[in-house]
Structures are given as C-alpha cells and as structure tokens.
Design a protein around this ligand. Structure first.
Ligand SMILES: Cc1ncc(COP(=O)(O)O)c(C=O)c1O
Length: 411
C-alpha cells in the first residue's frame, strides 16, 4: 500500500493518523517500510539518507548487527519476566561508570516517565513545590514540563507549579533564586537545548545553575535524554565538568527500544520505594530486551569515534553556510557534537526565544524539498537533526546536494 492510502486508514484509527505528533506533516507523512544503516525506505519505494534517526536513539544507525544479535540472544532466553534480571545490572553499571554522578538509578520506559518521576522525587525529597525550567526546554509530555509560566518579578508563585527562565541567562537565574530559591524543589534543564532546535550552552550558565541550586538546597536535574552518550561516551555533564544531583536519560541507552532512566545522588534515590516511601513503578521497567539492546549499544559506543561523527556535522555545516552565503540567505547552523539544526534566522541563537523567532515557513519549504531530494530530517524547525557512526562521505555528498537544491528553491 502507498503512504497515501496507509495514511487514510491510519487517520481513522489514530488522532491525526500518527502515534506522536512530531511524525505528522502535510499532506501526509511517508510511511516507512524498512531501514538499514544510514538509510530508510518508504512504502512508495523511495530511499532516504536518514538524519532524523528516530529523533535520536539510533546513533549507531539502523539495525546495528551487535544490537540485533543481543536482542536475538535475549529473545531466546525470554522477553519479559516481571522480576529482576542480570541485564539491568549490566546496563546500570555501564551507565554509572560512564556518568559517575548517577550513584543509583531506576529504569523507566521513556524519557517522559524519567523526567516526570525525577521531578516528583525532587518535590518529595525537598518538601518544596516549585519546579524551575528553561523556556524552550522540553522534558516530555506531562504537566510539570508543559504547563510553565515565564518568571517575572511580580509572579505569584502560588499560582504556578513550574516557572521558566531563559537559557544562558545567568542574571535571570540569579534573580529567580534570590527571590524564590527556598521554594524551588528542582531546576531542570537540558545541558544543550534540543527541542527548539540545537542551542548549545554557555558553560558558565551550567556552572551557575550548579552553584545557585546548591546554595538554595534545590535539586539540579540535567535532562540528558538527548545529550546522554551523544557527543562523547558519557553525559554532557562530563564534558563541562558540572555534576548535577540527578540526571535523566533515554533514547540512546535503549539502543532503539523504549527506555528511560532517572538517577543521581544515593541519598535522593534511596527515597524511592521499596527502599523509601516515594512510590514509582513500571510493568515494563528494566525490560530485558531494552536492557540487552542498550548494553550492546553502549559497548559499541565505547569504541566509537565520536570526533569522526562530529566532523561529518562540521563539514555539512561549512557547506551549507557557504552556499547560503552565496545566495544571500540568512541561516544559522547550530551544532553540538553529533546533532545540528539549520535555522532560518539572521541572528545568533542562544536561547529558546531567539529560536522561536526563526522563519518556520522557510524551514517547511526546505524540509519538503530536501525530502523530495532523498533526505529525511525532522519536519519541524524546532527539532534537532542527528547523525550516526554509519553515515558516510557518500551520504554527506547526497545531503549537501539536496540541501543546495532546497536552498535554491527558497532563495
Ligand atoms: C530532553 C528530552 N527530555 C525528555 C523527552 C521525552 O522522552 P520520550 O519521548 O522518550 O518520552 C525528550 C523527547 O524527545 C527529550 O528530548
């Protein structure tokens, strides 16, 4: 069946025809029938170089052989036990060795669950109510993340459960902590924003967030669902030398299977049932298949040339910025290691508000043309593009040519 007819069936069953809104685009999404390495194939027989990579988990590309083998071997031994199994310890130890701030952890089935429970736990542990996040930061689809109000000096904190500050705004952060520090249970931030497109941090902002949370007794949570094991083996926190109290992970640590994790300081994590009174559970948590795929992925990543993957992004950035310059087009190429975003914007983008001022109309045209030229990227200006260890110079050539065609069609 073609994508078009599959979509017609799908929209009768699922809202908007999809099981996650980021997958929909006009006039209908291309349905994917298979994937291998750096490529995906749609139901209409077309091939694409994939720079969406399932929104991040597939840093080894599609169908890595070691991951498939680990899954096959686990399937022979059982799919789900509802009881502890050794695979959880294997993956847990690998994570703890790579990110030492995570002294204890609990696995969940998605990043949304991980951040939701991390924030609930922070409230439980501190006995405080307020959550502080960064505007443009995304921590999954739950109310503590989605319903947030920007902090202003006259904000009545009793009306809100989550307040926001601008990313990279150290004076702004200082003001909130000066005025409300004693009420803030947790400050949660992605170390690199990834959900308004890629926005790298001023490392001083992350350092200030550490100092201010420590001084006020609030819990600092780094949401590394995207950045974990993304640009080096470990967390982004290792790269900037800032140690949060808690960390959330997802995506890469499941090797393509559903997973999440919240963890951190032992004294906080020991509050979690059954060792403590904070209740959290999950039928599928620590799923043997996810543990096996995640562990195989981390083993592969230990020997992965992250600098090589990042240099693909640098080369692509150089090409596209150069070509846009020739066409007198305003773009910003933001990148962090193996992830990147092409913003249609004439100003440097250092926070969520600046990202949101981008020309989404131009991005949509760019997306449609690049898609028709055989390159698959997220449909939204405000999602990150990802690359993998199996993308080649041949892929890069195709992506550069498709990008040039797309920019030409807009200019
Ligand atoms: C930083 C961040 N946190 C949390 C989530 C939620 O993760 P999931 O989609 O696995 O629920 C996402 C999803 O993209 C994310 O980017």
């Amino acid at each position: 069946m073609s994508s078009e007819s599959l979509y017609k069936e799908s929209r009768e069953i699922f809202p908007g025809g999809v099981n996650s809104p980021v997958r929909f685009y006009e006039p209908y999404p291309r349905f994917i029938s298979s994937a291998s390495g750096s490529r995906i194939y749609d139901a209409d027989g077309r091939e694409y170089v994939d720079h969406c990579l399932a929104f991040g988990p597939l840093i080894l590309g599609h169908g890595n052989q070691k991951v498939r083998k680990a899954l096959q071997s686990q399937m022979e031994r059982g799919i789900l036990f509802g009881a502890p199994s050794e695979g959880e310890i294997q993956l847990g130890k690998a994570i703890r060795e790579a990110i030492p701030s995570i002294e204890m952890m609990r696995f969940t089935n998605s990043g949304t669950e991980a951040t939701m429970h991390a924030l609930r736990l922070a409230r439980h542990h501190t006995g405080r109510d307020l959550i502080l996040k960064v505007s443009g930061g995304f921590h999954g689809a739950h109310d503590m993340s989605l319903s947030a109000a920007p902090y202003k000096p006259d904000t009545d904190p009793s009306r809100y459960s989550t307040l926001e500050v601008a990313f990279n705004d150290i004076p702004g952060l200082e003001t909130v902590f000066r005025n409300l520090g004693q009420r803030i249970a947790a400050f949660i931030t992605e170390p690199v924003l990834g959900n308004v497109g890629v926005v790298p941090p001023d490392p001083e902002f992350l350092k200030a967030s550490r100092e201010l949370t420590s001084d006020s007794g609030s819990i600092l949570i780094f949401d590394e669902v995207i950045t974990g094991f993304r640009s080096s083996y470990g967390g982004y926190q290792n790269m900037v030398g800032v140690k949060p109290d808690m960390t959330t992970l997802g995506k890469i640590i499941g090797g393509g299977l559903p997973v999440g994790m919240f963890g951190g300081r032992r004294d906080i994590m020991e509050d979690v049932a059954p060792s403590g009174t904070f209740y959290q559970q999950g039928t599928f948590s620590g799923s043997p298949l996810a543990m096996a795929a995640g562990y195989a992925t981390l083993q592969e990543l230990k020997n992965t040339d992250y600098a090589g993957i990042s240099s693909y992004v640098t080369k692509f950035g150089d090409e596209i910025v150069d070509f846009a310059g020739q066409k007198n087009m305003d773009i910003q190429f933001n990148r962090s290691g193996t992830m990147f975003t092409v913003f249609f914007n004439n100003r440097e983008i250092t926070d969520g508000a600046a990202a949101l001022r981008s020309r989404t109309d131009l991005y949509t045209r760019f997306f449609n043309t690049i898609l028709n030229n055989g390159v698959f990227i997220p449909k939204s200006q405000f999602e990150a593009c990802f690359t993998s260890s199996v993308h080649t110079l041949d892929d890069l050539g195709k992506v550069v040519e498709a990008s040039r065609n797309s920019l030409k069609s807009i200019s």
